[in-house]
Every structure is written in C-alpha cells, then in structure tokens.
Design a protein around this ligand. Structure first.
Ligand SMILES: Cc1ncc(COP(=O)(O)O)c(C=O)c1O
Length: 365
C-alpha cells in the first residue's frame, strides 16, 4: 500500500481543462468575460434549475452583492451562523452592515432557527443561511422561509459548499431564498481557481446583480450608468475551466458519496470519532467532517502516517477579528473537536482504507 502524503484537499484539473484553455487561446484573445462566461452561467443555471446565474470573481464578493441587491445597507443587521467560513459575515461587514452571530444545529451545523428568531430586531434585514457542507437545516428550509416572511426580512443562502446538493423537494440549494451564492475556490467540488456564482429566480434581483458587478452599466456594453456599480467580473479563462469542470460534476457527486460511505463503514464502531451524518441521496458532502476526541493528538498521529487533516472553523464570535460576547455551545464544540478528514474527490478506496485504519489505530478500535 502506498504511503504517499494524502492532502486534506487538492483540486483536480485534467487534460480536458488544459486542452480547452489552449483551444480558447487559439480562437480568441480578449480574455475578459464574454461568450464562454455566458455558457458557464447557462450550465450552472441549467444544473441548478435557476432562472438566472451571474458569475463573479469569488464566493465572498458574491455574498456582498447578494446582500446589496436585496437592499441590505450600512447599519442593517444580518443574522449569520456562528459556525461558517468567515467570508459569510465579512461579506456584509465590508459595507458597514452588522453580522449578528447565532448558534447552529448540532446535527447539521446549519443555523439554529430558534436562535435566529431570538436574534431578530427592528434593524434585521436578512438571514444568511449557510448550507453547511451541503446539508439542509433539520428545522426545514420552509421554516426559514416562513420566519423571513413573518418578520419581513430576506433569506440569502450561502450555498458555497453546496453545489450538487438538493433540498428534499428536489430544489437545488441556493434557490429557496431571494438569492443563493456558490464558490469555485480551490477546495470546492468544482473549481475555477477563484470564482463565485449567484443564482436567483427573481428577474429584478438578477438585473441589480448584473449592474453591481459591471460598474452599474445600464446594459449593452455602453457607458451609461444610472446606478453605482463596481467591477467584479469573471474572465473567459475561468469560464473555460469551469465549463470542463461542470461536465465532471455528476461523476464527482457520485464519487464523493461513495467516499462518504467508505468512511462510514471504515469508522463504524470507533468511539473517539463521529462523522457528521449526511443525506447522501439528496446532498453531497463537500468535506468529510467529524467531531474527534483528542483532536491535536489524532492530527499528529495522522500526520506521522502522511495523512493531512484540517481543523474546522472556530466559533466566529471568538475570532480576534470580531470578539463578540456570546455563548454558542454547538459552534464552541466544533471549535474544540471539529476535524475535516481528507476530502479530495480523487481519494482512492485504498486511500480511504489507509486513513480509517490509521484512525482505528489511534483510538485502539
Ligand atoms: C460557506 C462559505 N461561504 C463563503 C466562502 C467564500 O468563498 P470564496 O473563497 O470563493 O470567496 C466559502 C469558501 O470556502 C465558504 O465555505
């Protein structure tokens, strides 16, 4: 059995991306977003079932634009889970809105709906629900929609980790609120190096997003501006790679599910490490997340066996960047014990067996 280093995550690009890029460079040299970008947007719209897809340069600015497009402004409050990638709150902090942190559900790590309701104030404008690791909240997405209607606030879905994951009724994640956001950064199920996409079924939101990312242009490539906008455009090189990656998405979804099943079987009966549950019929795990006893020692043991892991996100309210007083038991527990196991789609069955054997060795099971 190979004992080569297994990275916790690495992207996968192949000969197809390389050839497609070379072909594009032969056929056109503008590079800035154009037809390939439109085709990539169409591929995402078709896959997710969205009426509109707008790509931007990353999955953080996409959230900023999502919030601006639904009318969040400086001074407004946006409810955000205390367990998420820090990009979620930073995306609204960036223009002076205030992220308000609430705890997450122990089973799914998605926002806790009771905590969210308790945090609503007259200044709350939106809830940013994060589909943690492609999971849906146990409370049900309909309950979040109803909560937003009840309080006259907007639902934004940060579905950065959820491309390929569907709610139980068959709707792709990202399409239950006013707008949903994806990321194509290096560790995601498909990557364009950097990149983000917004999906919406709301024509007016889509039109605002297109203006926001393109200097507020009224459309048609002219220099007439009736709103303020910025430059968060994509490039054709990213789109060319993205088109090839999208072709590989269905196979990746199946492989990620198969790896999850193999981890589950290999770790059955190990008391020290609990994999988070995942509905692998409707959703796809982005990373293999766990709560691990004696986390640092386990990491060191795995590192000595040439196996990389990654500590899961610390509670955001405790990050030096925020330092907000509050007690959020689930996100604190994840901060203490959360560990991502190797999660790349190119893991072989033998790799997974090597990892689970090393974990069993550590816990003596
Ligand atoms: C939940 C979540 N939101 C936002 C982002 C930010 O995306 P990007 O790295 O493309 O800016 C990430 C990236 O990991 C994420 O996991």
């Amino acid at each position: 059995m190979s004992d080569e280093f297994i990275m916790q995550m690495r992207p996968l690009f192949g000969a197809e991306e390389k050839a497609a890029l070379a072909d594009y460079m032969e056929e056109d040299g503008f590079l800035t977003e154009f037809k390939r970008t439109e085709a990539f947007e169409s591929a995402i719209a078709e896959f997710t079932g969205a009426a509109h897809c707008i790509v931007v340069n990353n999955g953080t600015i996409s959230l900023t634009l999502a919030a601006l497009a639904v009318g969040v402004a400086a001074g407004d409050e946006v409810i955000v889970p205390n367990y998420t990638m820090i990009a979620s709150p930073n995306s609204v902090q960036m223009f002076g809105a205030k992220p308000v942190f609430v705890d997450v559900e122990a089973e799914t790590l998605c926002m806790d709906i009771s905590a969210a309701e308790a945090a609503i104030t007259p200044r709350t404008k939106a809830i940013m629900l994060v589909c943690a690791n492609g999971r849906a909240p146990k409370a049900g997405i309909a309950a979040f929609q109803a909560l937003c209607v009840k309080h006259g606030i907007t639902l934004i879905e940060d579905s950065a980790q959820a491309l390929g994951s569907f709610y139980a009724d068959g709707t792709h994640m990202g399409l239950k609120g006013a707008v949903g956001s994806f990321s194509f950064s290096m560790p995601k199920i498909i990557s364009t190096g950097q990149g983000g996409a917004l999906v919406t079924n709301d024509d007016a939101v889509a039109a605002r997003l297109r203006r926001l990312k393109d200097f507020g242009r009224a459309g048609g490539g002219n220099d007439l501006h009736d709103t303020i906008g910025y430059n968060f455009k994509f490039t054709e090189m990213q789109a060319v790679i993205g088109q090839e990656q999208m072709k590989k998405l269905p196979a990746r979804i199946e492989r990620k599910r198969a790896i999850y099943r193999r981890y589950q079987a290999g770790l059955a009966g190990v008391d020290g490490l609990q994999l988070f549950k995942q509905d692998i019929t409707n959703t796809v795990p982005w990373f293999y997340d766990s709560l691990s006893e004696d986390r640092s020692a386990l990491q060191a043991h795995l590192k000595a066996a040439n196996i990389g892991t990654r500590v899961m996100y610390p509670p955001i309210n405790q990050q030096v960047a925020y330092q907000v007083i509050g007690h959020h038991p689930v996100s604190e527990l994840v901060g203490e014990k959360g560990l991502w196991l190797p999660s790349a789609v190119q893991l072989t069955d033998a790799d997974v067996d090597r990892i689970t054997a090393a974990i069993r060795g550590f816990y003596g099971s």
